[in-house]
Write a new protein. Sequence first.
Length: 315
Amino acid sequence: MQLVRQKEDKTQQGHRYAAGPRGRFGVAVAALLVAALGTACSGGSGAPDKAEKAKAAKGAESGAAGALSAAEKAKAAQQARVAAAKKWGLLKVPLTAPAAPKEKPEITTRDGFEVEDQEEYPPVFTTVPTEEKVVFLTIDDGAEKDPQFLKMMQELQIPYTAFLSDYLVRDNYPYFKDMQAAGVTLNNHTLNHRYMPALSYEKQREEICGQQDTIQKQFGKRPTLFRPPYGNYNQDTLKAAKSCGIKAVPLWNAEAFTNRMDYREWDRDLHPGDIILTHFRGKEDWKGTMPDMIRQVMKTVTAKGYAVARLEDYL
């Protein structure tokens, strides 16, 4: 798929992670115990109440144990990511995305991607406004249904968003139900993946609303995101999408394959908030598998200092 390249100014700003040494928890335990004993011994009679002393000491130990437990859980989670990266052949452990923003950024249509009366329709965009070094992985259509891909993504804890076309999905809805159960949002890519600008408004609405109905019936939730096939649309497309309940139209700023990344921008690079497109494809279409594609994506993303974040957290 050929990507339109436009020159835009982008600001890249990283984020840092810090973790205190484990020894600090031991100091915290001692301090809590001393404070607890001092409080228990300060009664009006001057004689320590053994029951109160024991209760205070137990509470201090419990609080410290909780802190240690959280630290141990974080350590165990990181160890699991390291093991998963090694298992799946990643050169580096994927970076962890920062917490979802408390206030979601305002999404507007990208310059040059407007239709007439654009303000009345869902925004069309290729990048989410953010200064965090995060990108978003999106996967289209649904042709390849590789169980190893599902396992890989769960073990590596890499978030992604799916845009499904029913004519490719209907032969194996359970595969995508498993995907949804793992936390993946299933969105609209039309019923039959047709070139939308060539269709009448009524036909476009059938393609979009029909897929809305199908996803709601099969997976229990009506999508709010829509991606037109091939990234092509006109005013009728956005009008129809809005009438079907669509709130936003994410396109992409980079595209991933098993052996390379293609970029829309003139500098052929990633930028904070970029949306990455790839497809549910296998060896019939690529020289490799979906796990091979993910290895290529993560090799590029991690080497450039980016983490993969969940798109829905920013919309």
